[in-house]
Design a protein around this ligand. Structure first.
Ligand code: CMC
Length: 439
């Protein structure tokens, strides 16, 4: 069996595995941070066995230098920088640059990066007509899935994944065009005229401008709201090898073009267990209705036969507070303050729900804490973003992470197609009988 190129991680020890009467030594790899990882790549060839890990809870599928999470401690680092420092002191374009290039930009690099982003905020005019093919009542995630996939039908000059210039151009195009695609999706599904990008505005301001400006009235972007939007984008920019990022990497491992890969990531993000959770949180709060009904709701969640989950709670990796949730909660108070909302029933309901859940034995014993989506929906709703657009916003932000992870994978020497195996539990070999003889 050809084992792929060596991992970037260092091998510090071996573990010995005995199976089928034979034994082998597996290298134990260690990265910069985090637990050691057994390199099982030679198992099928040496012992004729595979490993079984259906939801990948114990499997590292790649080496990466982009994001580190310590789920027990509630730590999230991008290229080594803690998420709270990035959210407080950087902007989304700086974070996108960091994810893509490995370092924060200096002034000249930042100026060049934002100029380049501005050069790509427009969509091909023909793509604008593509929107007309969708039902006006389509879910915005359905629309962006289609429009982003369609980018590969328009930008043929950046589809060669083996050309570094093409990869970089596609990355810039995706990050620059996502706010336009998202805002136009909102406008289309509401029957409003499209607003073109304005390159004198920063990334978050421009997004809000394209969402809310109308030809009939001037629109002034509030600095507090644009800063909150920027922070929301930072908090969603990347999150290691989650379902949608792994989807992007798997699609990309086949050599598919980056626009198609990001469309695949968007489809994966849509589910309520992943990016769709922010929308699901607001629906849940609406269903609970008032603080008086929290106890009944929690009882339903704890009754496993109900199938009801506390949306915005729990995480595959975090077994402690999601550090993004803390920042999101603080931002929520700021935004409501700026908007002059002294009492928001949804926020009050969410705070009470969180208080009750984090003291309840069911959630405590399972280490279920609020995740990034618990408070984001409340902020977005207060900013006037409709619920169906919440996951779209997540996709705008995560595009920076997806494309950085895709680029890292393509640039990895010895990169091969991703191809999991299975345990076959179906019928054994048997002979076909003619239809007349079948029972
Ligand atoms: N409400 C009630 N019970 C829960 C919840 C929840 N939100 N999350 C997990 N559990 C239970 C789960 O049923 C299991 O119970 P038991 O041990 O008795 O079988 C236990 O807690 C451990 O959970 P798990 O099955 O190991 O969790 P997972 O890693 O498979 O799933 C998750 C993680 C995020 C899909 C899940 O926690 C969930 O569905 N949460 C609600 C949806 C949500 O908020 N998603 C957003 C995640 S953060 C943003 C993102 O990644 O996109």
């Amino acid at each position: 069996m050809s084992v792929t190129a060596p991992s970037n991680a260092t091998s510090t020890a071996t573990i010995t595995l005995d199976a089928t009467g034979q034994s082998t030594k597996l290298p134990l790899l260690t990265g910069t941070l985090g637990p050691a990882v057994a390199d099982i790549r030679k198992l099928p060839a040496e012992l004729g066995i595979f490993t079984y890990d259906p939801a990948y809870g114990g499997t590292a599928a790649c080496d990466s230098k982009i994001t580190y999470i310590d789920g027990d401690e509630g730590v999230l680092l991008h290229r080594g920088y803690p998420i709270d420092q990035l959210a407080e002191r950087a902007t989304f374009p700086e974070v996108a640059y960091l994810l893509l290039n490995g370092e924060l930009p200096n002034q000249a690099e930042h100026a060049a990066f934002t100029t380049e982003l501005n050069n790509h905020t427009m969509l091909h005019e023909q793509l604008r007509h593509f929107y007309n093919g969708f039902n006006r009542n389509a879910h915005p995630m359905a629309v962006i899935c289609g429009v982003v996939g369609a980018l590969s039908a328009f930008y043929h000059d950046s589809l060669d994944i083996n050309d570094r210039g093409h990869r970089e151009l596609s990355a810039m195009r995706l990050i620059a065009k996502m706010p336009t695609i998202a805002a136009w999706t909102y406008k289309y599904t509401h029957g409003f005229p499209f607003t073109y990008p304005r390159n004198d505005l920063n990334y978050a301001e421009n997004f809000l401008h394209m969402m809310f400006a109308m030809p009939s009235a001037p629109y002034q972007v509030s600095p507090v709201l644009s800063r909150a939007m920027d922070r929301i984008l930072i908090l969603h920019a990347d999150h290691e090898q989650n379902a949608s990022t792994s989807t992007v990497r798997l699609a990309g491992s086949t050599g598919a073009n980056p626009f198609a890969c990001i469309a695949a990531g968007i489809a994966s993000l849509w589910g309520p267990a992943h990016g769709g959770a922010n929308e699901a949180v607001l629906k849940m709060l609406g269903t609970i209705g008032s603080k008086d009904h929290i106890a009944d709701f929690i009882a339903k969640v704890k009754d496993r036969s109900s199938g009801v989950k506390l949306m915005g709670f729990g995480h595959r990796v975090y077994k402690n507070f999601d550090p993004r949730a803390k920042i999101m909660q603080a931002t929520c108070h700021e935004v409501l303050g700026e908007l002059g909302i002294k009492h928001d029933p949804l926020l009050e309901l969410a705070v009470e729900l969180e208080r009750i859940a984090i003291e309840d034995e069911y959630f405590v014993s399972r280490k279920l804490y609020p995740n990034v989506d618990f408070y984001s929906g409340i902020i977005l709703k207060a900013m006037g973003i409709p619920t169906s657009m919440f996951t779209v916003l997540f996709a705008v932000a995560r595009t920076a992470g997806w494309i950085s992870q895709w680029k890292e994978m393509i640039e990895e020497p010895g990169q091969r197609i991703g191809r999991p195996r299975q345990i076959y539990t179906g019928a054994g070999p048997r002979d076909l009988v003619s239809m007349a003889e079948r029972a």
